[in-house]
Design a protein. Structure first.
Length: 248
């Protein structure tokens, strides 16, 4: 019995040491992966990388990690060629980009890592998306100008676009509920209906103000836009991808 107790104690101690070693190893790997991702994607700050699953060391031995979560704050996404009609921003800030990577295979020297699949979310604040709209007064017809002066949550997945129309020095702001969609690598905002007075002025010309789009190019690892909807603090985008590169 004494020998059995000693054996059990040894097993418990070894098990505890393995857990400690496993957690130390995963913490080291997370930091290394975060630094590598920061360098690869030229990020302003170090992202958060969390390697899921236990034990970590057996995953390393197999050359593939089951699940890796990445969280990037304030990511400056390239917009490619300006498509908003007013010059457009060269980049657009994504407040929070989160991605869940599955089946991450890595090279023997850890210089490269590729996820089989990835899904995630991204949030773009309304003040950032506003940069894609015509926020300067634009002539609609003689003596009439219009401009987008604000974006906000319109409820039920809609964006409220505030359009300021000025006629002979007098101005009025019209709230326009709009639908936001994803078309390839572009976020598009389209007015559902225009106020009657605005329509009477010239609908096609007004729509050149109310309707706008923003291209979002070269997201980390090559993930792509999937869908989008309006939310309280901005538009929430889902992203997805396959063979997504974390490094290398």
């Amino acid at each position: 019995m004494r020998a059995l107790r000693i054996l059990l104690i040894v097993v418990v101690i070894l098990g505890g040491l393995f857990v400690i070693a496993d957690r130390v190893a995963v913490h080291f790997a997370e930091n290394e992966a975060a630094d590598k991702l920061k360098t690869t994607e030229n990020l302003a700050s170090t992202p958060d990388v969390s390697i899921k699953g236990f034990p970590f060391l057996t995953q390393v031995a197999s050359g593939e990690l089951d699940d890796v979560e990445v969280d990037i704050k304030d990511y400056e996404a390239d917009t490619g060629t300006a498509t908003s009609g007013n010059g457009g921003p060269k980049s657009i800030r994504i407040d929070d980009l989160k991605a869940d990577m599955k089946g991450v295979k890595f090279s023997g020297d850890y210089s490269s890592a590729t996820a089989s699949t990835a899904t995630g979310t991204a949030t773009i604040a309304y003040d950032e998306l506003l940069k894609a709209a015509k926020s300067q007064p634009t002539d609609i017809i003689s003596g009439v100008t219009a401009q987008v002066v604000g974006l906000s949550d319109g409820g039920n997945g809609k964006i409220k676009v505030d359009v300021k129309v000025s006629v002979a020095g007098a101005s009025q702001t019209y709230p326009v509920l709009s639908t936001v969609t994803v078309d390839g690598d572009t976020v598009k905002v389209h007015a559902d209906n225009l106020p009657k007075l605005v329509v009477d002025l010239a609908e096609s010309r007004i729509r050149s103000i109310t309707d706008f789009q923003q291209k979002i190019d070269e997201l980390p690892g090559g993930v792509q836009l999937d869908s989008v909807q309006a939310a309280q603090n901005g538009v929430e985008i889902t992203v997805k991808g396959s063979n997504v590169k974390l490094a290398g």
